[in-house]
Design a protein around this ligand. Structure first.
Ligand code: ARG
Length: 503
């Protein structure tokens, strides 16, 4: 690397000896800091511009430092910067050492004025994390949209809805798909909420107690596109709840994907035969020629598990860190980035997979038609038309199902006489329904049509929910675009200021 500094690094004057090799390797975060390399340059540039505008350093010095930082950025992008953990504790030291090496202590040594690595690293994490959140948010909306589109294709696909993995009520496949689009929309909302906590500037807190120099914290925040400050200087360097929150949101999202994956694995089995996974997303067996394994979905489940584990690790790493900065906090970055890598790649592949799903409508419908899952509709018909209490109706229909099972009949095939028989047996009196009501109630194809409640799978509610979903996805997309535009605007302004000072 050009811009070498002397043995022992730029911070070690208080310590008699250079750091022991093994200790240096153990302690350095340099290799993992690649994730925040450019963020560190961006943050430093904003800081230097503020120092100049506040008259803390001269225009000429600021220009030199900024030019050197831009040269470093270029070298970094060209892969020319060697990362040697034995030489630098982290990216912050490397970058400062580079500038000091190039410009000397007198000028280069001004770059870090009024700043500590404590507020600096908190800043870098926030700069990087906000990008990762916006990317993930975009992917979440893409998946919500894929589910919405599938749902509108499957509005008429009758299916059994399950509780306890047992037939529960009849609905439509669209209802299932809408339910997960709703989950995803809430995931997007959670990311938006957490973005607000992440997109705040900690810079200017110094090591923990602020600075005697006239730093303009708001100026730096504005230059970097932050929506405000983490005001309290202890809070600014010490808090990591912003990243725990982001990790939690990612974990919740992964749990949703894992549950969906679990359903799809089950549904793609020969026993269910509800869905055919796209060949491009399935895996063969090395020995059994007939196999089509849902390996991608299985990995979705396991990666959700890994993300939950990483989250638990983060909570554990942070819970005993005394207030302020301690080096433990260095270790929360790699798991955080891994959580985002795993989550983003999973959401991405899930969208493509959903787009390619082929549902077997006949099989889904057949299973619904054979099912006793319209039993509740029949019980409710008895409540409405025959004036039974729920408990009476429940008993009558329960007995009728038992009789049907013994005879191998569906409710439809058994007909009204068996209902009457069941009522005599359970209530000691004959209860009946009009033939029309009975037929409608026990016909799985028509029972969901008469669901009257908000949010049920009735066709009217399905259409209304699909429309609302569409509006909400669009509005979340608009909000996301706004956040992206704000960042771009700030970035352009910062670039302009950098170039002005350099030239
Ligand atoms: N590499 C450190 C980290 O990632 C930077 C902050 C070091 N701060 C300090 N006071 N030693 O957390």
């Amino acid at each position: 690397m050009s811009g070498e500094v002397g043995e022992g690094g730029i911070y070690r004057s208080r310590l008699g000896k250079p750091m022991e090799r093994e200790a240096a390797q153990y302690l350095s975060s340099l290799l993992e800091d690649v994730e925040i390399f450019e963020e560190d340059i961006d943050g430093t540039e904003a800081h230097v511009i503020m120092l100049q505008e506040q008259g803390i350093i001269t225009r000429s010095d600021a220009g030199k430092i900024l030019r050197t930082l831009e040269e470093l950025r270029e070298e970094w992008r060209q892969g020319k910067i060697k990362l040697d953990p034995e030489k630098f504790e982290d990216v912050h030291e490397l970058i400062e050492a580079y500038v000091v090496g190039r410009l000397g202590l007198q000028i280069g040594g001004k770059m870090h004025t009024g700043r500590s690595r404590n507020d600096q690293v908190a800043l870098d994490i926030r700069l990087r994390l906000r990008r990762r959140i916006l990317n993930l948010w975009g992917e979440v909306l893409r998946l919500a949209e894929a589910l919405r589109l599938k749902a509108s294709e499957e509005k008429k696909t009758l299916m059994v809805l399950y509780t306890h993995t047992q037939h529960a009520q009849i609905g439509f496949l669209s209802h299932y798909l809408i339910s997960y689009a709703e989950h995803l929309l809430r995931d997007a909302e959670r990311l938006e909420a957490c973005y607000r906590h992440v997109n705040l500037s900690p810079l200017g807190a110094s090591a923990i107690g602020g600075s005697t120099l006239p730093l303009d914290r708001l100026k730096v925040a504005e230059l970097l596109g932050f929506e405000g400050l983490v005001e309290n200087s202890i809070d600014a360097v010490s808090s990591r709840d912003f990243l725990l929150e982001a990790a939690c949101q990612a974990a919740i999202l992964m749990v949703h994907l894992s549950r969906m994956a679990e359903d799809l694995v089950l549904w793609s089995s020969s026993e269910f035969g509800y869905v055919e996974l796209p060949d491009e997303f399935a895996s063969p067996s090395s020995i059994m020629p007939q196999k089509k394994n849902p390996c991608v979905l299985e990995l979705v489940r396991s990666r959700a598990g890994r993300v939950c584990g990483l989250l638990a690790g983060l909570l554990a790493s942070i819970k005993s860190v005394p207030t302020g900065y301690s080096r433990d906090l260095q270790d929360v970055k790699p798991p955080l980035w891994e959580i985002f890598n795993l989550t983003e790649s999973t959401v991405k592949i899930f969208s493509s997979l959903v787009e390619g799903l082929k549902f077997n409508r006949e099989r889904l419908g057949e299973n619904a038609l054979k099912s006793y899952a319209s039993a509740l509709d029949l019980a409710e018909a008895l409540i409405k038309e025959a004036g039974l209490s729920l408990r009476e109706a429940h008993r009558v229909v329960g007995e009728m199902v038992r009789l049907c099972l013994a005879k191998g009949l569906t409710l439809q095939e058994a007909g009204l006489p068996l209902l009457e028989k069941a009522s005599e047996k359970t209530l000691g009196r004959k209860v009946s329904l009009s033939l029309k009501t009975f037929r409608e109630a026990v016909n799985p194809a028509s029972s969901p049509m008469r669901r009257a409640t908000l949010g049920s799978p009735s066709p009217r509610e399905t259409l209304r929910m699909l429309k609302r979903l569409r509006d909400e996805i669009r509005s979340s997309e608009r909000m996301l675009r706004l956040k992206l535009r704000n960042l771009e605007k700030a970035e352009r302004k910062l670039r302009n200021k950098v170039y002005k000072l350099i030239s």
